[in-house]
Write a protein that binds this ligand. Structure first.
Ligand code: GLA
Length: 386
């Protein structure tokens, strides 16, 4: 048993005075490339990381639900009858939102038994590594088991997304939950967000002597408010003005026409999504044909597009990316929804200390908060642990 698993077991036993039915876990994710493309029915290429949320869960004999976690003093109690998105708030909206969303995918919440759950996580919160999807995915696989729902992981990703959209109120896409549920060790999840077909593709970082560095800028962001929803609205407006269902229907060749029809800002939002979809396809092909040392320029181009066209970067992310490249990273970009969070830097193993030191020094010189810099590896997706 890992320390985290032991802590979760102890946490459950001390809160609920009994043994759980089992332990389940789900990872956070990092997106290698394909940003703000998921809700435009485009392509993404994230991977599950070796930082996990672990939960202990046990069914009750009645219809009460009790959720507790290492990050809140109080346990939250609710009856299955009261399980509606409008009754949910705070951190418990993630696990309870999943229980509600399962009801939208066939679980008969009118008859099922309640449960107790204890949650702990090593996925940093607010770093853009999908700590929320990790909670949702862990709860989804656990309830799928104990309620005997037989939903596949692809469907559980939609359950997690629905919980996030309706119970948490963040208008996010399907990427994070898909990565957390479908990830595999040393591989990325190439996902078509229109068909929801996915393919697991070996990354080969280790064999190529590369590490993926996370630079958590500590600039906090929220996708339930502000910029994220505004970007999504711009994309929908652009698609509407161009007469397509979603931006997925546009290709690079359509951009000259888009430039004529759309105002400058909407055009640049559209151009980001259209070119980013192309970059995801190019990254997957390049990875297959030439290996990971050849994908650096695509990562760099993705960052430039997010900074200048989609305008979701912040000075800390730009500094992290530029400094990492100058110190030897072969490619770097901000990752996740933007407005804060983390950057990634694909870095030769031997240069990790130099890149880390350079970014630390640059942040210090600019008077930015000290970033958290660490290596992640691609890991298996959500499942039962014990
Ligand atoms: C957040 C959302 C995802 C996706 C990314 C941007 O992580 O949860 O659905 O839209 O932002 O690529």
């Amino acid at each position: 048993m890992t320390d985290l698993q032991r802590d979760v077991l102890t946490g459950f036993e001390s809160r609920f005075n009994r043994r759980p039915a089992g332990l389940w876990s789900a990872p956070g994710r990092v997106n290698l490339i394909g940003e703000h493309t998921d809700y435009n029915e485009g392509f993404v290429f994230p991977f599950a990381i070796d930082r996990r949320t672990v939960i202990a869960l046990g069914l009750r004999d009645d219809r009460l639900i009790r959720v507790a976690s290492s990050f809140a003093e109080e346990a939250i109690e609710l009856c299955l009858e009261e399980l509606f998105p409008e009754n949910l708030s705070g951190w418990s909206a993630y696990p309870l939102g999943v229980a509600w969303a399962l009801g939208q995918f066939g679980a008969n919440l009118g008859e099922l038994k309640g449960f107790e759950v204890f949650i702990d996580s090593e996925v940093p919160i607010g770093a853009g590594l999908s700590s929320s999807a990790a909670i949702e995915s862990a709860v989804a696989v656990a309830l799928n088991d104990v309620w005997r729902l037989n939903l596949d992981h692809r469907t559980l990703a939609r359950v997690g997304q629905l919980a996030e959209n309706r119970a948490v109120g963040a208008p996010t896409g399907i990427m994070d939950q898909s990565a957390s549920l479908l990830g595999r060790a040393d591989a990325g999840v190439f996902l078509d967000c229109r068909s929801l077909e996915s393919e697991v593709i070996p990354l080969g970082f280790d064999a190529a002597g590369l590490e993926l560095l996370i630079i958590d800028t500590k600039v906090s962001h929220s996708h339930a408010t502000g910029g994220y929803a505004a970007r999504r609205a711009s994309c929908e407006a652009g698609a509407g003005a161009l007469g397509v269902d979603s931006l997925r229907d546009l290709d690079i060749d359509d951009l000259p026409r888009a430039a004529e029809v759309l105002g400058d800002e909407t055009f640049r939002r559209v151009r980001h999504v259209v070119t980013e979809n192309r970059r995801v396809l190019d990254t997957v092909r390049t990875l297959r044909e030439q290996g990971p040392t050849a994908i650096g320029a695509l990562l760099d181009a993705s960052h430039t597009s997010m900074r200048d066209d989609f305008e979701i970067s912040v000075p800390e992310l730009d500094l992290a990316v530029e400094t990492a490249r100058l110190a030897g990273a072969i490619g770097a970009r901000m990752t996740g929804g933007g407005f804060g969070g983390a950057a990634i830097a694909l870095t030769p193993h031997a240069l990790v200390p130099a890149v880390t030191a350079a970014v630390m020094a640059a942040f210090d010189a600019r008077g930015f908060a000290t970033p958290d810099i660490f290596v992640v590896h691609a890991a298996d997706g959500a499942g039962r642990e014990q």
